[in-house]
Every structure is written in C-alpha cells, then in structure tokens.
Design a protein around this ligand. Structure first.
Ligand SMILES: [Zn+2]
Length: 315
C-alpha cells in the first residue's frame, strides 16, 4: 500500500535540515547540510535541492504530495520570496518557492520559522488535539504564532504574533525594533544575559563573578544554587516573559500555550513563573481553562513544522 508523505525544509542561518515526513509526523528520511549563506542565493538553492534529492532516494516521489519551507523572515509568503533577513545578509528578494516547485513538480509553500514551529507543535507536538493554541518561543529573542479555530493565524502582513515586541514596560529599555520596553528587551535570554553582565560589572556580591563569560544558562544554575543576585535576575526576567504570555492568554483565550526556546531549558521555575503571572493577571474564566506547556519538538520543530505547513496547505 502506498503512503502519503510531504517534505519539510528547515532553512536556517547556519544549516539546512530537510526530511521526508509522513502525515503522523514520523521522519522517514533526513539530511542536514551547512547553509553557507555567504555563497549567495543560487548556491544555497542548489544545496537545498541537493538535500531534497537525497531524502527522495528513500521513497517513491509519487507518494510525496507537497513541500513546505520554513525560513527566518521577513518573507513574501504569497509569492514565495525571502525579502531580506538578518540571518541571510546575501539574500535580496530571493524567490525560493518557484524553482523548487518547478523542479519537483509539487505544491510548495513558504512561511516564517515562528509560524512553522507553531504548526509543528500544533500538528505533531504539545498542541496536538487543540483547536486554539498559541506558541511562544523565548531564546535570544521572543517570538510566536497562533492557531485559531484550527487554522494558522497570519494576520494582514503575515507578521502576527510578534509577541516579543509587545510593550510591557513604559519607558523601558530600548529594543532592537526601535521601541522601548518590549517584552524581548526585558524577558528574553538576551535580557537575562545583559542583566547578569551588569551585575558582574557592578560591586554586587554574586557568584556570577566566578565565570569568565556569563550567559542565561549560568544565571539559571547560580540561581538554583541560591545566589541572591541570580535569583533576582531570573525572577525579574521571567516575570516580564510571564506578563507577555498573560496578555496573549487574555487576548486569544487559547486552550494551550506551548512555550519553547532556550529559556525553557531553565526548567520548572520558568513555567512556575509564567503560570504565576497568568494566574495573577488573566480573567479567571480564561486562565482556569488554559494550560501552559513546554514545547516537545526541540531541534526538529523547524523541519516538522515545515512538513506540517505542507500538510495544512494541501488539506
Ligand atoms: Zn521591540
């Protein structure tokens, strides 16, 4: 009996991860290569096609129904174009969908990495079985996506759910986007690291001074060991992340908020703090029916999400 498959392509700044995936989210065949962005659009396109050719060797191409691509934005999703991206300095209006669609003669779709990760968790991960789910990723930045009534919500310009740029503090620190007091400037891994470095360079008494370089990982570790300054930094930063999540919960009334990204490696304390802010700030009717859960796809979120995008688009 033949089986239906799709191909997911996770195009990142450092690597291209491509896989043949079945409709249940099982990876049948996979290939990872370096992106080598400096080589330019044509070379990267050639490398992407190389990975597709490789993974196709393990299946019948007649069984493959569509291709999904996840990429950092900004994108022109409708026309399948990577407009430009901090991750791809050598790309300018890179038309990525058309050549792939033509070569393999398959419906091919593009969406940004946050949206595909959202779809991945929704279809195959922690959000499976829900109708309304918000995905939040907190690492160097804060981003996210939403599935509403079973469909990905893109918004007017396909930039919806820029959770990181929600203002959570009046006259707060300047954010990379130009605004002041964004959630990303206060509750991301980068924000934790910044506060920690300020503490190291101050006359505060903290065990963070024992490290030659401090990232959010060391701050979580020292907080767990009882360092007062580290605890304060974690508490403050997670509280802003929690405020952002609480605002999202009040707006969308989701069944589930799935949280992923490097900051969640901090463990239980991350989820406890988010839950605390949600409990304190949301309408009871909403928060009592909303579950905050850890993302489960990890490093496969991009490739499985791209596969989920392909499945969603052809359904
Ligand atoms: Zn911002």
């Amino acid at each position: 009996m033949s089986k239906d498959y799709v191909i997911g392509i996770d195009l990142g700044g450092t690597k291209i991860y491509t896989a043949v995936v079945d409709l249940e989210g099982n990876i049948i065949s996979e290939k990872t290569v370096a992106t080598n962005v400096v080589e330019g659009e044509e070379a990267v396109l050639g490398r992407i096609m190389g990975t597709v050719d490789t993974v196709l060797k393990d299946v019948n191409i007649e069984d493959v129904k569509a291709i999904g691509i996840g990429s950092p934005g900004p994108l022109d999703v409708k026309n399948g174009i990577i407009i430009n991206s901090a991750n791809f300095p050598s790309f300018k209006n890179f038309s990525i969908v058309k050549p792939i669609k033509e070569k393999y003669n398959l419906p091919t779709f593009l969406d940004n990495d946050a949206n595909v990760a959202t779809l991945g968790e929704f279809m195959f991960g922690a959000g499976k079985g829900t109708e309304n789910m918000v995905f939040v990723t907190a690492s160097t930045g804060i981003g996210g996506g939403a599935v509403l009534n079973g469909r990905l919500y893109r918004g007017n310009t396909a930039n919806a759910l820029e959770i990181g740029h929600m203002t959570v503090m009046v006259n707060g620190p300047r954010c990379g986007c130009g605004n002041a007091g964004c959630a990303e400037a206060l509750g991301s891994g980068t924000a934790i690291m910044k506060r920690a470095r300020e503490a190291v360079n101050s006359n505060a008494n903290t065990s963070l001074k024992n490290y030659s370089e401090v990232t959010s990982k060391e701050v979580f570790e020292e907080a767990a060991k009882g360092d007062r300054i580290s605890k304060e930094i974690i508490n403050t930063s997670l509280s802003y992340l929690g405020i952002a999540v609480a605002n999202i919960v009040n707006i969308f009334d989701p069944e589930k908020v799935v949280v992923g990204g490097g900051v969640t490696n901090g463990g239980k304390i991350v989820f406890d703090k988010i839950q605390e802010e949600v409990d304190n700030r949301c309408l009871k009717a909403i928060s009592e029916n909303c579950v905050i859960e850890k993302a489960v796809l990890g490093g496969k979120a991009g490739v499985l999400g791209a596969a989920a995008l392909a499945i969603m688009e052809i359904k």
